[in-house]
Design a protein around this ligand. Structure first.
Ligand code: FAD
Ligand code: FES
Length: 352
């Protein structure tokens, strides 16, 4: 175990129970805690792992592909990334019995509590299917009045993760579930790649509800997500109806932005058992300042793109240098990101 303080976010071990190859370079890992404590999560969430690599703590996040409502064994599905440190370790070397160190499950790519929607469109490309597969099973099995359409892009049928399981769901739920498989290798180029032109056609073809009764979930590579999000915006879909999960959290076109107030402020973090106070001195974010004080908050990407570090602001104001995960509704509900959040205009209290 790494020698890292675990004040707020205790680390725990998870054991790999089985490894199943899905397609070339992609495997599903069934995991469980050796201490028998169940891994609790919501459909669409992810689990974060921590490891020491070249004397530095690295964190990696993987969406959970199993479905909690079905009580399925907890699983993640991982794609090997060329030259990737953690994914290669899993795909090339991990075996049943191996232990991984986790910081827990989190994420906002989940179903809304209120079921105001009549149709859910799930848009996934490649390994972006993992959280979408969990959401799909959850909706089909627990929301009997909701139609679901999966628009799923891959290079070919052979590279399509969960192809057979999706076919089984089509047979099981013929009235409420439809899939548009798109293959970039397809002969008919008009139906090969999802594009600005094809997306409205598919929404028209598969649409069962009024536009304002649709909910969208999008997960795939950066350029795919950018195209889908822009197209939905142009089609007049409200941003509150669109949820996105971004797997690639590298900083792109970093723009240096300065908070409107850079005065040193005190941040108080409250958990059920403890309270911590520490100064946040610009340019540190709340997370960076907490790390310096050995207060280990949850985090993964540290770039405002994954949602691992969400906290509730119960006093004061937090300004974000970057935020790709919180919606206006999240912010109105007091959610903030500690990794890119800075206290402004006064001290701040956060609940975890
Ligand atoms: C919220 C969230 C959920 C995720 N869920 C999944 C999942 O379900 N399944 C899954 O396989 N992965 C998932 N990822 C991606 C995963 O966390 C890692 O980023 C990925 O496995 C690469 O890690 P690595 O250590 O192997 O590569 P690294 O050592 O971090 O990177 C090696 C090289 O690969 C490039 N690279 C890094 N990440 C990616 C990426 N995601 N895509 C393309 N190139 C990349 C880097 O530029 C670098 O050159 C998720 C990420 C996030 C933030
Ligand atoms: S750690 Fe990923 S958004 Fe903050």
């Amino acid at each position: 175990m790494p020698d890292i303080p675990d004040i707020i976010n205790p680390f725990y071990e998870v054991r790999i129970l089985s490894v199943t190859k899905e397609v070339q370079g992609v495997s599903t890992y069934i995991l469980a805690r050796p201490d028998g404590i169940p891994l609790t999560y919501r459909a669409g969430q992810f689990i974060t792992f921590t490891a020491q690599h070249r004397h530095k703590e690295e964190r990696r996040t993987y969406s959970i592909s199993s479905c909690p409502a079905l009580n399925e064994p907890f699983s993640i599905t991982v794609k090997r990334v060329e030259n990737g440190y953690y994914s290669r370790m899993l795909i090339d070397n991990a075996q049943p019995g191996d232990l991984l160190l986790s910081t827990g499950c989190a994420g906002l790519f989940t179903l809304p509590d209120e079921n105001d929607y009549e149709q859910v469109f799930l848009l996934a490309a490649g390994i972006g299917i993992t959280p979408v597969f969990s959401l799909l099973k959850e909706i089909l099995h627990t929301k009997p009045a909701t139609h679901v359409t999966l628009i799923y892009s891959n290079r070919s049928k052979e590279e399509t993760v969960f192809y057979n399981a999706l076919q089984d769901l089509l047979i099981q739920f013929p009235e409420r579930f439809q899939i548009a498989f798109l293959y970039s290798s397809a002969f008919d180029i008009a139906r090969a790649r999802l594009s600005k032109a094809l997306l409205p056609v598919l929404l028209q073809e598969y649409g069962k509800a009024n536009k304002d009764k649709m909910l969208f979930y999008v997960c795939g590579p950066f350029t795919y997500m950018r195209m889908v999000l822009l197209t939905l915006e142009e089609l007049g879909i409200n941003s509150a109806q669109v949820k996105k999960e971004n797997f690639n959290t590298e900083i792109r076109n970093a723009v240096h932005v300065v908070p409107p107030d850079t005065t040193t402020r005190t941040v108080t973090i409250k958990t059920q058992q403890h309270q911590y106070n520490f100064p946040v001195v610009y340019p540190d974010s709340i997370l960076q300042a907490a790390k310096k004080q050995q207060v280990m908050l949850p985090y993964s990407c540290e770039t405002g793109r994954c949602g691992s570090c969400v906290a509730i602001c119960s006093g004061g104001r937090v300004w974000h240098s970057y935020n790709e995960v919180l919606t206006d509704a999240d912010i109105a509900a007091g959610r903030i990101l500690t990794c890119t959040g800075h206290p402004v205009y006064g001290d701040v209290t956060l609940d975890l």
